[in-house]
Each structure stands twice: as structure tokens, then as C-alpha cells.
Design a protein around this ligand. Structure first.
Ligand SMILES: [Zn+2]
Length: 413
């Protein structure tokens, strides 16, 4: 069988797994009939789907390749390996946090000693004036940059417009490029991009908890430009679309969430924020445009930016909390307390993060470790802060590539 036949089997397998796990199929814009068939009748038993995953893996490994299909085979092998592992877990196999992360995302998350988190906390302690614990002083500063709910939409749209314009100067977006924003509540995430195919997305923003001003640009760039929306649109354009525009590779019409693709997706979406808005640039745009739109004091912008920069190391606290919790060393309350201490979340934010960890488990590594690995990869190719044009070029090359963490040599030590 040719690789394209195995690719069709892979798409149908992912659709079938989606019957067992509502979070699994993140996007699908392939043949509608396949979705209908997968959704009809009882879900296929997990044991049968596991056998199917192994059959397809074997087929892909032994299929005859056309010219230029090496990357395509590596992509399918990587994705299928993750589908198999996810099925095994759904079927009852237990994985440690680190084993699960490696099986799904092709990287083994390093363990961060608590002393590293403590020293990051100490730097923040020096930066924040006033009395009370560092967590309390952080929250006091944060309260001054909360966007009033009535202004969230205006601020968010201004952030998106700027992120899109900056991205369009470097990337060729589809002619129909478009997305809509919806506001939702009662979700375990703060925002989500649902790619619809055809260059369109629906971005949902969760209004359960107060939104600080920095989240506006984070979300606009991470979910939209040059993040998830652009990543999906470029893959569709370049691979999923029929020739001559694309390659007609149907495996790119589906996106299984718990797969190595997600490390690239989240890592580039996070790193993309500073590709589009490098340091001082970001501060200027926030201070001059977003703070006034939000009705906030622009004089707060610089301090808030410095505080945010110190949070980069503390972002890794999520992995430690999730590992401790999922491996059974921390109960829920202890994991939440860990997040309040080291990621400086409010109790409500920590509870929301635990809901996220319940649903998405080791997926948390894709944000912090993914960003770090992507940054290293881009900088090694000359895409440094000092060369923004080169950084855009290397970044865009990465997000329009079928390569997965293994193929990119993205290994954590
Ligand atoms: Zn994301």
C-alpha cells in the first residue's frame, strides 16, 4: 500500500479514538463522510483500535516511499506512536508522568529542583516593593493591570489586529484568512483556538477569572498570529490542500491533541509572541495602545513587563506540580498550594490549572519546555533577537514544516 492509503487509515483511526476521548480531535477538516462513519453506532472497542494503530504503524514503516516522502513517513510514525500510547493509557495501562510525556510528545521533561524555583522567587522578591509575602505583593501589582470585563473585547481585538499585521509582513496567509472571537465560561483553559479549515478559526476566551493586560497580547499572538491559527493555516495550505497548491496529504486534515505535533504547536505559539513583539516593542505597544484602551495607567506598563520577564523560569512549576500530582506524590490541595507558591497564581487560578491537569495531564510540558526547545532551535539557526528578519524566517519555516520533535533533534537533557 502507498503511504497515502495508510494516511487515510490514520485519519479514520484518530476519528475513532475521538469517540473515547472528547478532547482528542482538536481539528478536523477532511472528508465529512469519514466523520459521519466514525460517529455512527457504538465506539469501536479500545483493544481493536490498539490493534489498528499497530497495523497502520507497521504498514507505514514498510511502505514504499515516493520521492520526497521521508518527512511524511516520519511524521506519520511519530503521530501514530502517540496515538498508540494514548490508546494504551485509555485502555488502562499506567504511565509515569515522564514516560507519558515522552510517549506522547517525544521529549522527556527535565526535573527542576525546588531550589531553582526558590531563586527565581527570590529575584521577584527583590523586584516587588511593599510588605507581605512575594505572592501577596505580586497580586497587588497584578490587580492594577486587570482589564475591566467591559473592555476585554476592545483590548483583545486591538491586540489581534496588531499581531495579524505584524505577521502578514512576513507570512503569506490564506486569502480567506479570518477568525472569530467568542467569550465563554466554565472551561479548564484560559483560551482555545479551534481551527475550522479554509484559513478560519474560532478563538474562545474564558471569562471565568479576571484577565491581566499581558494576557491580551499573549492570547492574540499565541492563539492567533503567528500562533495556532497561522500554524494550522500554513500546514493546511502547504500539505492538506490538493495539488498544485498543496500536496493532498490528508493526514494534515486532522490534529490529534495528544501527539508530538502539540509540542511544536504550543512551543511555537508561545515563542511566537516574542517573535512578533520583541521586548521593547511589546512594552511600547502595550503602554501606548493597550493600557489606555483598557483604562489602565500606562505608568504601570514598564514595571509589569519586568515582573513578567521573571516569570519565565517559574512557568516550569506547572510541570513539577503536574508530575507530583499525577504520580501520586501530591494531593490536589498540595498541588494547588505548590502552584500558588511557585507560579504565583491566585487560589482560583491554581484550581483552574488543576482542572487543566486533570483533563490534559502531561500536555502542560508543551508550553514551557516546548517554548524553550523552539527558542533554542530557532536561535541556533541564527534567529536571534539581534536578527529579527532571520528569526521570522526560521520561525515560519518551522511552523510550515511536518517535522516533529524527534526529527528536529529537540531533546531535553
Ligand atoms: Zn495553545
Amino acid at each position: 500500500m502507498a503511504l497515502s492509503d495508510w494516511a487515510s487509515d490514520y485519519v479514520n483511526l484518530v476519528l475513532a479514538v475521538g469517540r473515547h476521548d472528547g478532547d482528542f480531535v482538536d481539528a478536523y477538516y477532511g472528508p465529512q463522510a469519514w466523520k459521519t462513519v466514525a460517529g455512527t453506532g457504538d465506539p469501536r472497542p479500545l483493544a481493536e483500535l490498539l490493534g489498528e494503530a499497530r497495523r497502520i504503524l507497521d504498514g507505514v514503516a514498510n511502505s514504499t516511499l515516493l520521492a520526497d516522502e521521508d518527512l511524511r513517513r516520519d511524521y506519520l510514525m511519530g503521530q501514530l506512536g502517540a496515538v498508540e500510547a494514548h490508546l494504551a493509557r485509555l485502555h488502562g495501562q499506567r504511565f509515569s508522568f515522564d514516560d507519558e510525556a515522552e510517549a506522547l510528545y517525544q521529549v522527556r521533561p527535565p526535573h527542576l529542583p525546588e531550589v531553582t524555583l526558590e531563586s527565581a522567587l527570590a529575584r521577584l522578591d527583590d523586584l516587588l516593593e511593599g510588605s507581605g509575602s512575594v505572592q501577596e505583593r505580586y497580586q497587588q501589582v497584578r490587580e492594577r493591570v486587570i482589564v475591566p470585563v467591559a473592555r476585554v473585547d476592545g483590548v483583545f481585538h486591538a491586540a489581534i489586529a496588531e499581531a495579524r499585521e505584524r505577521t502578514r509582513q512576513h507570512a503569506t496567509l490564506p486569502a480567506a484568512d479570518h477568525f472569530t472571537v467568542e467569550y465563554v465560561t466554565d472551561k479548564p483553559w484560559s483560551a482555545y483556538n479551534w481551527y475550522q479549515g479554509g484559513g478560519t478559526s474560532v478563538i474562545q476566551v474564558n471569562l471565568d477569572l479576571p484577565i491581566a493586560i499581558d494576557r491580551a497580547l499573549d492570547l492574540a499572538a499565541h492563539e492567533g498570529y503567528p500562533g495556532h491559527h497561522v500554524y494550522n493555516a500554513l500546514l493546511e495550505q502547504r500539505f492538506a490542500r490538493p495539488a498544485p497548491e498543496g500536496r493532498g496529504w490528508l493526514e494534515f486534515t486532522i490534529y490529534p491533541l495528544f501527539s508530538p505535533q502539540s509540542l511544536i504547536a504550543e512551543g511555537t505559539a508561545n515563542f511566537g509572541i516574542e517573535v512578533a513583539f520583541p521586548g521593547e516593542d511589546r512594552l511600547a505597544f502595550e503602554r501606548e495602545v493597550l493600557f489606555p484602551l483598557a483604562g489602565l495607567d500606562p505608568a504601570e506598563a514598564e514595571r509589569w513587563a519586568r515582573v513578567q520577564a521573571e516569570l519565565k523560569v517559574l512557568a516550569f512549576a506547572d510541570n513539577e506540580a503536574a508530575r507530583g500530582y499525577l504520580d501520586g506524590r501530591l494531593d490536589r490541595a498540595a498541588a494547588e498550594a505548590f502552584l500558588v507558591r511557585y507560579s504565583l497564581r491566585t487560589e482560583a487560578q491554581a484550581a483552574q490549572r488543576l482542572r487543566f491537569i486533570d483533563a490534559y495531564r502531561s500536555y502542560v510540558i508543551n508550553y514551557n519546555l516546548g517554548e524553550q526547545l523552539v527558542r533554542t532551535w530557532v536561535e541556533r539557526r541564527g534567529g536571534t533577537v539581534a536578527d529579527p528578519a532571520r528569526r521570522w524566517a526560521v520561525f515560519l519555516d518551522l511552523i510550515s514544516s511536518p517535522r516533529l520533535p524527534l526529527g528536529l533533534g529537540l531533546r531535553s537533557s
